[in-house]
Design a protein around this ligand. Structure first.
Ligand code: HSE
Length: 323
């Protein structure tokens, strides 16, 4: 019997339950469009159990709960199904309980977190049947998300450089200098990544491309060794100005903070703002500026860099489903 026939005959034990935790992420970080990402200490926590094939039960609480699909179009469920299809193993029924701590639709990687959670859930459910290494997790997550800059830090934590080679999506994880203190400013409204991407031009001036190459190279040094150059290192000419008309309050806040010397950038496709301070105390000064710079109220999240990334573990038999 071949490998694919064996996989098709394998079954996840009914009742197998896995617990998954996945961090928020901020992509781009200014100049590193579609390449750089940072994992942040806000988490989606999920439990996924294998049921009889065909059954689907979904409970969601926390951020975005009202808008999240409770059927097979749910992004976590679709991500689990994608991994099972790729592995050639029959998909079991699924019970999913999600407590979402990653702000939804705010440029903090909520869809990347859902995809990473689904891929990790599938890894846990398939333990002992199919082995999924880091390269396979990143490939599968990128197939679902379209670009690897959020899913790489969601899966692996820290600061990630992600790129696509002929052999598939790749990543390099770096540890961030301990002086770097992130602050996230989250508005009450959402921004669609698709709408933000539609504002990008097909071509950019070569001097702007060179500008971003220099700043993104410098940003790696700033985040790992020299936080003192974060302001110059977070300059960008490839995406934020093009997208500014879709999120004027975000743009105003980024400009106000940068004028005061803070390394502020649009987080991912927006509308949240990420401020990379060079010490924890400086974050309160940035909060004071945010409170006065625009008419929009900004929720302040003083976060840490998550160094662990997404985790999955099988729940021991007999333990309660309540936490
Ligand atoms: N790099 C992506 C963008 C991140 O800015 O469009 C959002 O998914």
């Amino acid at each position: 019997m071949g490998v694919s026939e064996r996989a098709a005959e394998a079954h996840v034990p009914l009742g197998r339950t896995v617990e998954i935790s996945v961090p928020a992420t901020s992509a781009n970080l200014g100049p590193g469009f579609d390449t750089l990402g940072l994992a942040l200490s806000m988490y989606d926590e999920l439990e996924v159990a294998a049921l009889e094939a065909g059954r689907l039960e979904i409970e969601v609480s926390g951020s975005g709960a009202a808008e999240i699909a409770r059927d097979e179009s749910n992004l976590v469920v679709r991500s689990i199904a994608h991994v099972f299809a790729d592995a050639g193993v029959p998909m079991p029924g699924i019970r999913l309980v999600a407590r979402n701590g990653v702000p939804h639709g705010r440029g903090l990687g909520s869809s990347g977190a859902a995809v990473a959670a689904g891929v990790l859930a599938a890894k846990g459910l398939l333990a002992g049947i199919v082995r999924l290494d880091d390269a396979a997790l990143l490939r599968l997550a990128t197939e679902l998300e379209g670009h690897p800059d959020n899913v790489a830090p969601a899966l692996f934590g820290g600061l990630t450089i992600a790129w696509t080679a002929e052999r598939g999506p790749q990543h390099k994880k770096l540890l961030v200098h301990r002086g770097v203190s992130p602050l996230v400013l989250v508005p009450g409204y959402t921004m669609s990544t698709k709408a933000a991407r539609s504002l990008q031009p097909q071509q950019v001036p070569s001097e702007d491309a060179v500008f971003n190459v220099s700043r993104s190279a410098l940003l790696i040094a700033a985040l790992t060794q020299s936080p003192d150059v974060l302001l110059d290192a977070t300059e960008d000419r490839l995406h934020q100005d093009y997208r500014a008309p879709a999120m004027p309050e975000t743009s105003r806040l980024v400009r106000a903070l940068r004028a005061e010397g803070f390394a502020a950038v649009v987080s991912g496709a927006g509308p949240s703002v990420l401020v990379l301070c060079d010490g924890p105390g400086h974050r309160l000064d940035a909060v004071r500026i945010a409170d006065q710079a625009t008419d929009t109220p900004w929720e302040h999240r003083l976060v840490a860099v998550d160094v662990r990334g997404g985790t999955v573990r099988e729940r021991a038999e007999g333990s309660s489903s309540q936490s």
